[in-house]
Design a protein around this ligand. Structure first.
Ligand SMILES: Nc1ncnc2c1ncn2[C@@H]1O[C@H](COP(=O)(O)OP(=O)(O)O)[C@@H](O)[C@H]1O
Ligand SMILES: [Mg+2]
Length: 306
């Protein structure tokens, strides 16, 4: 039997103003149990502010955040212990070993055994280096240790603010693998990034925000489907381009190396062929070109317009 959807994190008309500036604006999010949810937006979009509100670190100007169905402001003491968080760079003691960092946090949490620390060190691939001072760790190792601290009490929900920030591709891949493992164990992961390609492979759904406002919320598959373009070879590309440009769906059409790059009126190739042929432009060749998520991201956040 399929498990019922259970809301693990949701925001309702969540807003934050600093002085005259609205940095989070009427945000509506809902994350279900077991999801890896990507929270995307360019720098300054309001991701960290949203995450701080979700963790009860910053007071919303209006609206609310619910974790496990309870308002963080009124039920923080009950729900926040079920959350593992990593916000910006983790606070680590550089002069202490990785294991001693885990011990220090474990003492604060209480009831964290040495064997749990072994487990966590195994998962974050620091088992062999746990006796070394954190000062000697690479950035990726520090980031993994930060994640390890968040994992100690085996939380149901991870809230991770740009955990891939500043990592090289290998480090990013390691973080991705780790999050996949957590998701496979039924944990819910809410992860922010300003670089779509870092997290698109592991996310079930993504929300994209821009200037504090939700731009889109959908599955990764839906995002790529709707963004499809076609490359068409026709005898008179300039004339075909001018024709397509007269259509509302054809505003983004352009020529690349005398090939027509064009969306379809319906998203389907056959409707594009029918339209072109109907106006005397029989395509010699038509093939689909999937827009990369990165391009969609830039389109949606309107950066090319600036
Ligand atoms: N404490 C604060 N006081 C005033 N402005 C802030 C404060 N925190 C964040 N901001 C502003 O809010 C906007 C969103 O910031 P932030 O949430 O950090 O964005 P992101 O994490 O998406 O890069 C930025 O313009 C930032 O300068
Ligand atoms: Mg941020």
């Amino acid at each position: 039997m399929q498990a019922m959807k259970e809301s693990i994190l949701s925001t309702h008309a969540l807003s934050k103003r600093y002085g005259q500036r609205t940095v989070v604006d009427q945000l509506e999010l809902q994350v279900d149990r077991g999801e890896v949810f990507g929270f995307l937006g360019p720098n300054g979009a309001g991701k960290t502010t949203t995450i701080r509100m979700a963790l009860g670190l910053v007071e919303p100007t209006a609206g609310s955040v619910e974790l496990f169905g309870s308002d963080v402001r009124t039920h923080g003491a009950q729900v926040l212990p079920r959350v593992g968080a990593l916000v910006e760079s983790p606070a680590l003691y550089g002069y202490m070993s990785g294991r001693d960092n885990l011990r220090a946090v474990g003492r604060v949490l209480g009831g964290i055994s040495e064997s749990r620390m072994d487990e966590v060190l195994e998962v974050i691939h620091l088992r062999g280096r746990d006796g070394d001072r954190v000062n000697t760790y690479s950035l990726g190792m520090k980031q993994r240790l930060g994640l390890g601290l968040a994992m100690l009490n085996d939380p149901d929900l991870y809230i991770l603010d740009e955990p891939a920030n500043g990592l090289d591709p290998a480090g990013i891949a390691e973080i991705r693998d780790l999050l996949r493992e957590l998701a496979a164990q039924g944990r819910t992961v809410f992860i922010s990034s300003h670089v779509l390609s870092e997290i698109q492979q592991i996310c079930d759904r993504v929300a994209i925000i821009q200037e504090g406002r939700l731009v889109t919320l959908s599955t990764v598959a839906q995002l790529t489907e709707s963004g499809g373009e076609f490359i068409v070879i026709v005898e008179r590309p300039e004339a075909a381009l001018a024709l397509v440009r007269t259509q509302p769906w054809g505003q983004k059409a352009r020529l690349e190396d005398l090939q027509l790059v064009v969306p379809s009126p319906s998203g389907r190739g056959r409707d594009l062929v029918q339209f072109l042929a109907g106006h005397g432009h029989w395509p010699d060749v038509i093939r689909e070109r999937q827009q990369s998520l990165e391009e969609i991201f830039l389109d949606l956040t309107g950066r090319e317009a600036r």
